[in-house]
Design a protein around this ligand. Structure first.
Ligand SMILES: NC(=O)c1ccc[n+]([C@@H]2O[C@H](COP(=O)([O-])OP(=O)(O)OC[C@H]3O[C@@H](n4cnc5c(N)ncnc54)[C@H](OP(=O)(O)O)[C@@H]3O)[C@@H](O)[C@H]2O)c1
Length: 254
């Protein structure tokens, strides 16, 4: 990666850009000077008029990350400096109620999706000295109770990010570990959540300042603190780290 970590004049591809964090990332990247953003969505009709304010600089792209052909077509766009792998699905199902089909579907989007992006865009990012930002979750670092297969899919994303670093030294890789965020994905929980706008801003600013592990909100920062203070518990009692970070966060928000 060149030393230039700004978004000024850059071209980005953002997956799952039609709502939630993806939509917030589009807005935040333009606010930071991005020249053009390829906005990926499974169904580009879902953008409605949302991209109108950005004129021709926001280019809708049909991109289901589970679809080999669509990813291959997107990779031919050719002028992308930074890929943000944001598209994801949750899987809040207790382990014994999960099925192999459900597990496969989760991995297909959350792990094989980003892996497809790496295969398709990695060589050009390496050649251009580009960036790869992967939106994971704090659940990638410790298990989310009752959503362990979601955690597994995001943990696999952590390893993929490390692998990209190892294989493509010219690519600036940052892995983001957001906590509870106020999007459709977490609509069913009443816990206090951070806005996707705040999280998007912190992710982009963190990447621009060279941070490789991004903890873009209080919830994720408390998990990082617990993780760093009690590393042995990652091996012996990771649920305790998750629980304590959540309790500290809910206390701070009350
Ligand atoms: N919400 C949270 O609390 C939270 C916390 C930590 C991390 N995250 C992560 O943040 C990222 C964004 O999530 P969000 O909270 O913004 O969720 P969201 O509001 O549910 O949005 C998910 C986005 O991903 C897209 N998507 C799903 N499957 C896709 C596929 N196969 N191909 C392309 N796009 C696909 C969705 O498109 P459709 O509109 O077509 O469904 C939508 O645009 C995810 O990776 C998620 O795991 C979320």
């Amino acid at each position: 990666m060149s030393d230039d970590r700004s978004f000024e004049g850059k071209t980005l591809l953002i997956t799952g850009a039609n709502r939630g964090l993806g939509a917030a990332l589009v807005e935040a990247a333009f606010a930071r000077g991005a020249a053009k953003i390829y906005c990926g969505a499974r169904d580009v009709a879902r953008f409605g008029s949302a991209l109108d304010p950005f004129g021709g600089r926001a280019v809708p792209v049909a991109l289901d990350v589970t679809d080999d052909a669509q990813v291959a077509v997107a990779a031919k766009l050719g002028d992308i400096d930074i890929v943000i792998s944001n598209a994801g699905v949750t899987h809040m199902v207790p382990l014994l109620e999960t099925t192999l089909d459900g597990a496969r579907a989760t991995m297909e989007t959350n792990f094989f999706g980003p892996l497809r992006l790496v295969y398709a865009f990695g060589p050009q990012l390496e050649a251009r000295g580009g960036g790869f930002i992967s939106i994971l979750s704090l659940a990638a670092l410790v298990p989310a109770h009752g959503a362990e297969l979601y955690s597994a899919s995001k943990a696999a994303g952590t390893m993929l990010g490390h692998a990209v670093r190892g294989a493509m030294p010219n690519v600036a890789v940052s892995l983001a570990y957001p906590g509870l965020m106020d999007t459709d994905m977490m609509r069913s929980t009443d816990f206090a959540k951070t806005s996707p706008q705040e999280i998007a801003a912190n992710i982009l600013d963190g990447w621009a300042s060279g941070e490789t592990a991004l903890f873009p909100d209080l919830h994720s920062q408390y998990l990082r603190d617990a993780f760093v203070a009690r590393p042995a518990e990652v091996l012996t009692d990771p649920y305790a780290l998750m629980r304590d970070a959540l309790l500290r966060y809910l206390e701070a928000k009350s």
